[in-house]
Design a protein around this ligand. Structure first.
Ligand code: SF4
Length: 447
């Protein structure tokens, strides 16, 4: 019997998933992870050690697409050094499947969104010769393997749980509805079961993610019931809600923020702009005054709450006055965390054909202008944090100390506090006092 075949029969194949993009992709990667385990594959510690290297891609904006392509090219180099299969999955594969087939023959397989939970079966069918059924797990062992795998591979004190996928809003700059399809929510029982599973695996914090959280159930009462049920899960210490579209539904949801103590003091609500005319052309609702009062309500119902938002600069037709309006908003309302994206036209969106496109150089200038204003405000925000004590969770401990996160900060997205204390444990919850700050992160002491 040739040696390769013997290897296949005696050694389970291994996989590694490289995840790009947002926390929603992290959840999809976890779903692929479970599916691959069920088919008898085992997780590898890094891409180099894997038989199947899967890349879960992002193509939200031009920079994300560039990062995706670069990662695929790097992985092709890696593949040449090791006999492995390269699988490209997710948003970029959905959008550019033909280009991948035509231009990247080194990619062995690609498939788009919506098939994450079938990843194991797809790989089994696609590589029947490389991938014999070596599954020997009984259900109990599989359950334990899944749990320990979640702990090992996502060994963080937080976990993401997806409550829906897709989006019906149709913002004119956004390709996501084309890639992810129409809005579909997950049954409440599944969301609660996922939450319980993550907590059993060691998570203290659950971040509910989706493309459009407040659209859940299409009826805010259903969303409020879901959040209450998740909040009631035993062992959950922090519940964080991500991606709240700035409208009346979010306003109603904020009432719940005031009633449930362990909803994190954090509002993530991407505004994308504050100028009424630009928002209209983006096919979005709201304007400066409404957003200001929404953010004020959030701060009123949950004292100490911090806000993350984002703006797109350089949308077709945007004037210098529109840019000034964003700057004024940042200086006036002082959202603590701001993402700035240069507009990049995406083929397949309504914005692609709009008149009044700006040159890249002008867009970059506008981004820099707003960034300077934000960084100035951020300095004041940081200064006001020094000497204050915040509830916090330990995310990581290494030989130099601990990475601690205030409840006001979301994992992997926001700032952290570095604490020189080697006695802390990952997942420990307590209080941190902020001593000083860098441009984004802070230093502090565990108190
Ligand atoms: S709300 Fe708008 S920006 Fe967000 S996913 Fe839906 S279409 Fe895209």
């Amino acid at each position: 019997m040739p040696k390769a075949t013997a290897d296949i029969e005696t050694h389970p194949k291994s996989f590694f998933i490289t995840t790009l993009g947002c926390p929603k992709n992290t959840v999809d990667s976890m779903s692929m992870h479970q599916s691959l385990l069920k088919e008898g594959l085992l997780p590898a510690s890094d891409p180099e050690a894997s038989d199947f290297h899967l890349i879960n891609t992002c193509t939200f904006i031009q920079d994300a697409t560039k990062e995706t392509i670069q990662t695929i090219l790097d992985s092709i180099d890696l593949k040449k050094k090791r006999k492995q299969k390269l699988v490209v999955v997710g948003c970029f594969a959905e959008r550019a499947g033909k280009e991948i087939s035509d231009d990247l023959p080194e990619v062995d397989l690609h498939f788009g969104t919506g098939k994450y939970d079938k990843a194991g079966e797809i790989i089994r069918k696609s590589f029947p010769l490389d991938f014999k059924d070596v599954r020997e797990f009984n259900e109990d062992l599989l359950e334990r393997l899944t749990l320990s795998s979640v702990i090992e591979n996502y060994s963080k004190p937080y976990s993401y749980v997806k409550i829906s996928d897709g989006c019906n809003r149709g913002c004119s700059f956004c390709i996501i509805p084309n890639l992810r399809g129409k809005f579909k929510d997950s049954p409440a029982e599944d969301v609660i079961a996922e939450t319980k599973k993550a907590i059993a695996a060691g998570a203290k914090e659950i971040c509910l993610v989706s493309q459009d959280t407040v659209f859940y159930g299409k009826d805010t009462d259903k969303l409020l019931d879901l959040i209450q049920s998740v909040a009631d899960v035993k062992g959950l210490e922090i519940l964080r809600l991500l991606y709240l579209y700035p409208d009346k539904k979010t306003e109603r949801l904020l009432d719940l923020y005031g009633k449930i103590d362990h909803i994190a003091p954090y509002l993530e609500s991407p505004l994308q702009h504050v100028s009424k005319s630009v928002l209209k052309s983006m096919n979005r609702t709201g304007e400066y005054g409404y957003f200001k009062s929404l953010f004020q309500k959030a701060r009123d119902v949950k004292p100490g709450l911090e806000i993350r938002t984002s703006f797109i600069l350089g949308f077709p037709g945007e004037t210098a006055d529109d840019v000034d309006e964003i700057i004024r908003f940042i200086q006036d309302v002082k959202p603590e965390k701001v993402n700035l994206f240069p507009y990049s036209p995406q083929d397949g969106t309504k914005g692609f054909d709009l008149e009044g496109k700006l040159k890249d150089k002008e867009i970059a200038k506008r981004v820099n202008l707003v960034r300077d204003a934000y960084l100035q405000t951020l300095k004041e925000i940081h200064q006001s944090r020094v000497g204050k004590i915040y509830p916090a969770i330990v995310d990581e401990v290494n030989e130099e100390g601990a990475m601690v996160r205030r409840f006001q900060d979301a994992p992997e997205i926001d700032e952290v506090v570095f604490v020189e204390d080697l006695n802390l444990r990952v997942g420990q919850i307590g209080k941190v006092s902020v001593d000083s700050f860098y441009e984004l992160d802070m230093t502090g002491s565990w108190v």
